[in-house]
Structure formats: structure tokens, C-alpha cells
Design a protein around this ligand. Structure first.
Ligand code: PLP
Length: 450
């Protein structure tokens, strides 16, 4: 039935989406030339209606760590469907949620003892906020400047970027942000002993900022000293992305709360989870009356659980965590020389296969650069993203609305050849985009589009 529908209505996707869902989004896609008709996806590649292959460095915002349409995750899903499993009894439990919870807990520090499933990353963050408050009896929440934790109102209240937040207030009370590199600022806030949790990403996704040496360990120690829960958001960094199963392993951290989602189901089924310390569980689910204090109807559904189990197995069997570490080093080696080669490239940074390139005005000075970036920070990065896609068939993104940063979150299955191709394409595109005439042309077009 689905195949027939797709065939019968092929070619209508943009017009239909514009009519029924979001015409302004389709207009943006058309303007930048991203309005392809996609017909198929496999591993690290997308294919369009012309049969052209595109390298997917966006990875569905990081949900395809095991590759798009991973056959082993699909087989587990088909098997679960065919078994007609008795999931979601609601007043009863079945085996699959416990199996996935067990699989997650055996892969994380002993401090984490219980799992609460959710249907998305932002929901896992909401759970961390609610449970963190109840478990500590405190109301304040600290997060970091530039931090990103999702777009529902609680998670948005912890958002450290103005662009996402404005127009949606008032946000929840009791939330504030500290810089991602300042332990003194953190201690000043924690000292009042009214902060329930400190929520942060180990590597910030918005801009791909790495923590300075000692920051995360210091932050964890301060949280312990002042009775604040140390909550690490691994929604983007989890499941091998940074070259460890969880990024917090790079610093030997033992968080009280960990949020995960995105790649947990191999990108097939919405799923998320909050992993929590026993003390958090005991503080919230503290009586029979409170045994169902938080939850969501679909969260521990059998398809999500089956996909999660198959994804964890696939990460192990295919050695994808180690692969992310090795290929991340190669990606850095291949792209870092562009800092020397091009005036506009300031820095290449990242961890594992969470990669970014930051642009800056050439040291010699460029009036057209200044005009362009004054219109909207990040426009130069767009000047790179667009030809990467249209000329070189590589899908990437600007790392944040107001940042001159190009970002990649490729499926961990990409190949060495893909990395070589990307580095060569990047070199070509930056050489052309960095020409003053190009920058001036973009500035003119941006001015006209306003
Ligand atoms: N936390 C982090 C670190 C994220 O990167 C994201 C999404 O990009 C979220 C939370 C929200 O996840 P979701 O989009 O599944 O709600």
C-alpha cells in the first residue's frame, strides 16, 4: 500500500508539504537549492530521483549512527512485528523494556541504576528536570551558555541561545545559564544550595564546542559538594558519536542523570531515555502511591525497544565506536590543513565524528565579509554548505543560526574514501566561496531577500 502511494504521488512532495505542513520551510529549501526528490537511503548515502548519490554528513541531526536503513536493525523490527509481541499493556510489563534498560545499564557506570524511557530527546530532558527537582526538593536548574537540550518548554528554558527562545516566553522560572568554561561562575551559583541539577552537553552541539581541560571533572566535583545533580545530555553525543559509547567516558565522569535519544533506535523509531542514579529513583518513586510519577504512553513501546537492542548490538558487532574514533582522527587530519590553506578558515575542531569548521574574516581584512556577516552571522558558512550540496552532493549544515560554523554528524559507517572526497570538496568550495566577488554577491542576494 505504501509503495503504491509513493509511486502514484511521486514528485508531489514539495507542493504537498507546502500545502499541508509548512510552506515557508519548502520555500527556504527551494531558495538554497535543497529541494531534491529523495527516493532511497542506505548507510551514509541518500539517493535522489535522478539516481544521484549524496553523502549525508548531517546524519538526520545525528540519529543515524548505525547508518540509514541499517539491515540488522530493520530485521529486528520485522521480527518483533511478526512475533506480535504483547507490548504496552500499561497495567502490566513485558520483557523488551527491561532488556533494553539492562543493556543500557551494563554499558554505563554503576552509579546509574534505573532507566525511564521517553519518546524523544527533549522528553528525556523534561524527565531529568522534573525528576531532578523532585529528588532534591530544589527548584533551580543551571545549564550552559550555547547549550541545546530540545524545544519543549522545559528544555527550552534550559536553552543557552537567544534565537531559540525569543517569542516563546515566559519560560519556566528558576533557570539560569553559566559559561561553558568557568568553574568559578558555576560555584557562585551552586553555593546557595538551591540548584536541583546542572544540565550540560559534554560537547556542545550548537557550534561543536569542546570543554576546556578539567572543566567537566571540576563541574561534577562542585555538583557533588553542593548537593546538585550532575546531568549530562548525551542525546547528540551518545552511541559512539565521539569515539566512545558515551562522551562522558572521555573524562571518566559518573553523572547522576544521563539523557539519550536520537541514534538509540538506529533512526527507525522515536525513542529516548533518562538513565538515573538510584538516589534519584528513590527520591521520586518513593512509595507505591508514587510508583508511576512520570511516564508517557508510547515511551517503552516494543518496536522502540527492539530497535534499541538491535542498535546496541550493531554498534558492538560492527565496531562502530572504535571506527568513529579512528575515522574522526582521519577527518581531522584531512581537513585541518585547510586552516593554513584558506584565510577564511579559523579552526577545525571536534571529537570522533562530531566535526566542525569555524570561519572568520581573513586577517588581511575583507569589507564584503564584514557586510555579509553583519547581515546575519553564519551567512558565509551557508556560502559553503550550498555548493557542497549542489556541486559536490554532500549534505551538511551550519552549526547554529548565529554561528560561522560548518558542522558534520555523519553516520559512523562512512568510509575513508568519503572523508577524502569531503576534504577535496571542501577545499574547492572554500577556495571559490572565499573570493571577494563571491562574498559580495552573497551579501547582495541576502540584502535583496530581506
Ligand atoms: N539534547 C541535545 C543535546 C540535542 O542535540 C537534542 C536535539 O538535537 C535534544 C536534546 C532534543 O532531542 P529531540 O530532537 O529528540 O527532542
Amino acid at each position: 500500500m505504501i509503495g503504491e502511494l509513493l509511486e502514484a504521488r511521486a514528485g508531489e512532495e514539495y507542493e504537498l508539504y507546502a500545502r499541508t505542513i509548512n510552506p515557508r520551510f519548502t520555500r527556504v529549501l527551494k531558495t538554497i537549492g535543497f529541494d531534491r526528490a529523495w527516493t532511497r537511503a542506505e548507510g551514509q548515502y541518500l539517493y535522489d530521483a535522478n539516481g544521484d548519490r549524496f553523502l549525508d554528513l548531517l546524519g538526520g541531526f545525528g540519529m543515524f549512527n548505525v547508518g540509514r536503513n541499517n539491515p540488522r536493525v530493520r530485521a529486528a523490527l520485522v521480527e518483533a512485528l511478526e512475533l506480535e509481541t504483547p507490548g504496552s499493556v500499561q497495567l502490566g510489563v513485558s520483557l523488551l523494556p527491561g532488556l533494553l534498560a539492562e543493556a543500557l545499564l551494563t554499558r554505563t557506570p554503576d552509579r546509574l541504576a534505573r532507566v525511564l524511557f521517553t519518546s524523544s530527546g527533549t522528553e528525556a530532558v523534561e524527565a531529568a528536570l522534573k525528576l531532578g527537582r523532585a529528588a532534591t526538593g530544589r527548584s533551580r536548574v543551571l545549564s550552559t551558555v550555547h547549550g541545546f537540550h530540545g524545544l519543549t518548554l522545559g528544555a527550552l528554558s534550559a536553552n543557552g541561545g537567544r534565537h531559540f527562545v525569543e517569542r516563546f516566553g515566559p519560560l519556566l522560572p528558576g533557570f539560569s545559564q553559566v559559561p561553558f568554561d568557568d568553574l568559578d561562575a558555576l560555584e557562585r551559583e551552586l553555593r546557595s544550595e538551591d540548584v536541583a541539577l546542572f544540565l550540560l552537553e559534554p560537547v556542545q552541539g550548537h557550534g561543536v564546542y569542546l570543554p576546556p581541560a578539567g572543566y567537566l571533572e571540576g563541574a561534577q566535583a562542585l555538583c557533588r559538594r553542593y548537593g546538585t545533580l550532575f546531568a549530562v545530555d548525551e542525546v547528540q553525543t551518545g552511541f559512539g558519536r565521539t569515539g566512545k559509547l558515551f562522551a562522558f567516558e572521555h573524562w571518566g565522569l559518573e553523572p547522576d542523570l544521563v539523557t539519550v535519544a536520537k541514534s538509540l533506535s538506529g533512526g527507525y523509531v522515536p525513542v529516548g531515555a533518562l538513565l538515573m542514579a538510584q538516589s534519584v529513583y528513590e527520591g521520586v518513586f518513593d512509595s507505591l502511591e508514587h510508583s508511576v510519577s512520570h511516564g508517557s504512553t508510547f515511551a517503552p513501546n516494543d518496536l522502540a525497544m527492539a530497535a534499541g537492542l538491535a542498535t546496541l548490538r550493531e554498534l558492538d558487532d560492527a565496531g562502530l565506536v572504535e571506527r568513529a574514533s579512528r575515522l574522526g582522527r582521519l577527518l581531522f587530519e584531512r581537513t585541518e590543513p585547510l586552516v593554513e590553506l584558506h584565510d577564511v578558515v579559523r579552526e577545525v575542531r571536534g571529537l570522533g565524528l562530531m566535526w566542525a569548521m569555524e570561519f572568520a574574516e581573513p586577517e588581511s581584512g575583507s569589507l564584503s565579509w564584514r557586510v555579509l556577516e553583519r547581515m546575519q552571522t553564519g551567512l558565509f558558512a551557508q556560502l559553503v554548505v550550498v555548493p557542497l550540496f549542489t556541486r559536490h552532493h554532500i549534505l551538511s549544515q551550519v552549526a547554529g543560526h548565529d554561528l560561522p560554523v560548518l558542522k558534520g554528524l555523519p553516520p559512523l559507517v562512512l568510509s575513508e574514501q568519503d572523508i577524502d572526497d569531503f576534504a577535496a570538496a571542501l577545499d574547492d568550495v572554500i577556495a571559490k566561496a572565499g573570493r571577494p566577488a563571491r562574498i559580495a554577491g552573497m551579501a547582495l542576494r541576502a540584502a535583496r531577500a530581506r
